[in-house]
Write a protein that binds this ligand. Structure first.
Ligand code: WT7
Length: 665
């Protein structure tokens, strides 16, 4: 197979390896025998892991794969995710342990122990029930990174309601799509959040989402109430009967609430993610299998010692990383965590390192794009802080280039901390490929080994495993407990998307390589999914947003490699000549289109580069040839054009780019 992401083609020439120190290895949660133990009986291994959760009814069946590819794990057991994440710790005498050191962007702080969380989730659960929410109902959560986000998720879980967290950076329209698809009856939001020293409004976007508008002739029919946390004190429109303040209904609610025990397969949450089409997919996860996956991997990969560690995952709870490695994994394991609301450079570029120093963070989990940003700002900044509390570093979200990996290890980890590069997806629920920090000699840029109990392979076009030293498509070969249970309301799409390319194998959408040792190196997506700063976007979704602007006749979007964000959105647009005079307004057009995409999808989807063209390359059957556009966007000679309907198109596009006609943000 051809190399998928050219920028990463040379990864496998990296040969350095860093074994764990003897001290780290000796104390590690996961010891070398763990792989053999899991290999002996994969299903029994997972059953053992699942038994460390608190079950109301213990399960007797482990895996039921008879309705493949819909899995059932631990199906006759019952439990509650909030009970596992909160109550259990209080019940077992750990109520005084800090669950969260919350740090607001403006510098306000809150400390919440497990006993505090227990009180808050019970109040919130009672309030949700008083608003008519019960088991199986869907609740949309659109909040900044504040403790109420975690409390809301857990309160839903406590009553068996299914949460659908929508990242606060998504637009009103994106929120509306997700509310409608899940038929949510409640939205939990805030007046606003703090971002880059400013108040970012959220409630007005909820109001806009629920109203009739351009894309929706009718107001939203399913949402009965909007529960709003007062975070910034911004003025907000108030819809009587629909809108309620958190402080009016949660604060005075009773702090006694029995968790609703649910079947292991009861959906815990829906999380929307971009696929290769215009509409996001509502992936849903189970309760028992999901919790087993996140708790087990969190213990093994992050080596958590709950009595002494201070763990910080910098992701937003709006993404799967926040669900699995802030809320459900770490809390089930009784971790003490840092939760930070804001951006890394507010009010100064040392903010994260200051937080690590202040709370004595020992385990830190972040994304390559953040690391590359810090590299750009210079190591003098982290060097001003005492980072010696750190003992383990993790990376997630996109391939990490060896330079960034080495910088992370040396500058942040003081050459002493193992760096674990963890590969997984919203779909997988928990980490699938990662070094084990006390076992694996880590290689800069490689995620290396399938987790114990997980089956991974790299296959060719026919689905046959490639030999060591070769590349192909990444697949998962066995069902695993935290696997997605489907796409909300669309089983055919679930089967088509993940299970049809290679029958019997889960196709992840990523390209990968096995090195001479059989270690796995991720090479990026092989489909039309982009990964910008670890955020997943669909090329089609951005194209749809662009063509919904009256000036745009046609649009083709590609993800092109970018030094900081991994990939960046590059848009090729054909403008209606009657609509605007490009000679006069070229830059204004680009600005307007960027704002339009931001309004339609969210600021994360804004194209970095906009190039106005008169034609986009298409096959004779009319399919956009993104491969060629990616060549242009990455300043490479354009590849094979023989399948193009009109082979001169690429010359014109390349000439336009060389003439400096691209508008860069
Ligand atoms: C896609 C999944 C998993 C949480 C964050 C993203 C890419 C993720 C890595 C990694 C190389 C990675 C893949 C994957 N990805 N982690 N360590 N190395 N690529 O979750 O939004 O579901 O995106 O992110 O392309 O398919 P997501």
């Amino acid at each position: 197979m051809a190399t998928v992401v050219p920028a990463l083609a040379n990864l496998h020439t990296e040969t350095r390896a860093f074994p764990p120190s003897p001290e780290f290895a000796a104390q590690a949660n996961a010891q070398p025998g763990i792989y053999e133990q899991a290999d002996q009986d994969r299903v029994a291994f997972w059953a053992d892991q699942a038994r460390s959760l608190a079950w109301a009814t213990p399960f007797t069946e482990t895996l039921d794969w008879s309705d493949a590819p819909a899995a059932k794990w631990f199906a006759d057991g019952t439990l509650n995710a909030c009970d596992n994440a909160v109550d259990r710790h209080v019940r077992e005498g750990r109520g005084d342990r800090v669950a969260f050191h919350f740090e607001g962007e403006p510098g306000d702080t809150r400390t919440l122990t497990y006993a505090d969380m227990h009180r808050e989730v019970q109040k919130a659960a009672n309030a949700l029930e008083s608003l008519g929410v019960s088991k199986g109902d869907r609740v949309a959560i659109y909040l900044p990174q504040i403790p109420e986000a975690v409390i809301s998720m857990l309160a839903c879980a406590r009553i068996g309601a299914i949460h659908s967290v929508v990242f606060g950076g998504f637009s009103a329209e994106s929120l509306r799509q997700r509310i409608d698809d899940a038929e949510a009856s409640l939205v939990i939001t805030a007046d606003g959040g703090n971002r880059r020293g400013k108040h970012l409004a959220l409630k007005p976007l909820v109001d806009e989402a629920l109203a009739a508008g351009d894309h929706h002739p009718e107001p939203c029919a399913t949402v009965k109430h909007v529960l709003t946390v007062q975070r910034t004190g911004q003025d907000t429109h108030w819809e009587k009967g629909r809108d309620v303040w958190w402080h009016d209904v949660v604060d005075p609610a009773s702090d006694s609430h029995e968790p609703v025990m649910v079947e292991a397969e009861h959906p815990l949450f829906i999380l929307y993610t971009s696929g290769t089409t215009g509409s996001p997919k509502g992936l849903f996860h189970s309760t028992g299998g999901y919790l087993t996956g996140v708790a087990t991997t969190h213990k093994m990969v992050f080596d958590l010692k709950p009595e002494t560690d201070v763990y910080w995952c910098s992701a937003d709870v709006g993404w799967i990383t926040g669900h699995s490695y802030i809320v459900y994994g770490p809390m089930t394991n009784g971790a003490t965590q840092v939760l930070y609301e804001g951006t890394p450079n507010t009010p100064h570029e040392g903010r994260w390192w200051e937080i690590i120093q202040k709370y004595g963070v020992t385990i830190f989990y972040t994304a390559p794009t953040a690391i590359r940003t810090f590299m750009k700002w210079g190591e003098a900044i982290p060097n001003q802080y005492d980072l010696t509390s750190l003992r383990l570093l993790g990376s997630v979200g996109e391939p990490i280039n060896p330079e960034a990996w080495m910088w992370y290890r040396r500058v942040i980890g003081g050459d002493r901390c193992p760096v674990v590069d963890t590969w997984w997806q919203t779909e997988t629920g928990s980490i699938m490929i990662s070094p084990l920090p006390g076992v694996t000699a880590t290689k800069p840029g490689s995620a290396q080994k399938p987790m114990p109990g997980v089956g991974v392979d790299v296959v060719d076009d026919h689905g046959d495993p490639v030999p060591d030293g070769s590349g192909g498509y990444l697949v998962l070969t066995e069902p695993w407990p935290s696997m997605l249970r489907g796409i909300w309301g669309d089983r055919p799409r679930y089967e088509r998307t993940y299970w049809s390319r290679f029958p019997g194998l889960y196709f992840a959408g990523d390209g990968a390589k096995k090195d001479a040792d059989g270690d796995i190196w991720l090479l990026g997506r092989v489909d039309d999914v982009m990964n910008v700063s670890g955020h997943r976007l669909s090329t089609t979704e951005v194209e749809h947003a662009l063509v919904s602007h009256p000036w745009v006749a046609e649009a083709a979007v590609v993800g092109a490699s970018d030094d900081v964000t991994g990939q960046a959105v590059v848009a090729f647009v054909i403008i209606r000549s009657d609509a605007v005079d490009l000679n006069e307004d070229g830059h204004e057009v680009a600005v307007a289109l960027r704002n339009h995409v931001s309004h339609e999808i969210g600021p994360i989807a804004k194209p970095r580069t906009i190039l106005v063209v008169t034609e986009v390359p298409k096959t004779r059957s009319g399919k956009i040839m993104r491969r060629l556009l990616r060549d242009v966007a990455e300043h490479r000679p354009v590849g094979d054009v023989t399948t193009l309907a009109d082979s001169t198109v690429m010359d014109a596009i390349t000439a336009g780019l060389e003439a400096g006609k691209a508008d860069e943000d």
